[in-house]
Write a protein that binds this ligand. Structure first.
Ligand code: NAP
Length: 267
């Protein structure tokens, strides 16, 4: 994957010409950001850089230049956007990446830059679903209750430590990368795997491990929805953590709307 400092646009760079490519920052780490990168790669009207937090050890390759690592809060992001002369920002981070999204809103508002949130729509319960909706991991722990359960814990690597206070349960934990040892509960099995997952394999997994409750973030999208379908088929309760509330930035769920924003007027 190309990793880059965006070239030739520091504060001393020549004044912008109308024909210069639009300079965009895409905050990524999601399949939406990858879809958008694939859609605009090679378009000479645009110079877009994808930004990753650097959480996963082997991020999937991107066809766009990629920078990795935090910016250093709102001030660091403002500095980056100014130095790199970014014209517009797409926040295509995961719906639960609340801090990055808040920083993007604050930095863009301060600099007067257009910002669009391109994210997946959350799942909605359908007939047969048995969801217990909670606001955060503490709510999920409470919803699991006192009695020991066999829990399929699919909330990602970050936040596992929130379940240490409920050691009476057995946890089947699935993450992309190895979680820190100290975040793991006393009784668990760990699967290191990246989606997409199929309903049949989710059903077999949950049956074999005798899961009786699923804990999931309501992340939306197809890639990890199979566990929800499997839980429905098995009549299991799903403790569903709802996404944090965003601010007032425009939100789209469609890649073409994100492309239109990138090439829109008003830079
Ligand atoms: P977060 O809590 O909102 O962000 C924490 C800090 O990580 C941010 O303040 C920022 O550091 C840095 N950061 C986050 N996303 C970044 C990006 N795309 N580029 C550069 N820096 C970034 O985020 P998180 O929940 O830890 O998620 C981190 C990344 O993983 C996100 O990019 C997200 O799209 C992806 N992801 C998250 C989840 C999830 O469930 N949370 C699931 C799948 C993928 P500075 O303040 O130093 O700039």
């Amino acid at each position: 994957m190309p990793q880059t400092k965006t070239p030739a646009a520091g504060p001393l760079a020549a004044p912008r010409q109308k024909a210069d490519p639009i300079r965009a920052l895409i905050l990524g780490g999601t399949s939406e950001a990858r879809a958008l990168a694939a859609r605009v790669a090679g378009d000479a009207r645009l110079y877009a850089v994808v930004s990753l937090a650097g959480r996963t050890s082997a991020p999937l390759a991107s066809p766009l230049p990629t920078r990795i690592g935090g910016f250093g809060g709102v001030e660091g992001l403002k500095r980056y956007l100014t130095e790199e002369r970014v014209d517009r920002v797409i926040d295509a981070t995961h719906p639960f990446a609340a801090r990055m999204s808040a920083n993007a809103r604050a930095a863009c508002a301060a600099l007067g830059l257009p910002l669009l949130v391109y994210t997946r729509a959350p799942w909605s319960p359908v007939e047969g679903d048995r969801w217990i909706e909670v606001e955060d991991n503490a709510g999920a722990v409470a919803a699991l209750g006192e009695a020991p359960r066999r829990v399929f814990l699919t909330i990602g690597r970050l936040g596992l430590a929130d379940f240490l206070c409920a050691p009476q349960h057995y946890y089947l934990i699935r993450t992309i990368d190895q979680p820190p040892e100290n975040d793991l509960p006393p009784r668990y099995d760990l699967i290191l795997e990246r989606g997409p997952f199929a309903v049949e394999s989710e059903l077999s997994l949950m049956r074999e491990t005798k899961i009786d409750r699923v804990v999931s973030k309501n992340s939306g999208g197809r890639e990890t929805y199979a566990k929800i379908e499997a839980a429905r088929a098995l009549g299991l309760d799903v403790v569903m953590v709802t996404p944090p509330r965003g601010g007032d930035a425009r939100v789209v769920h469609d890649v073409e709307a994100a492309v239109a924003f990138l090439f829109g007027e008003g830079r």
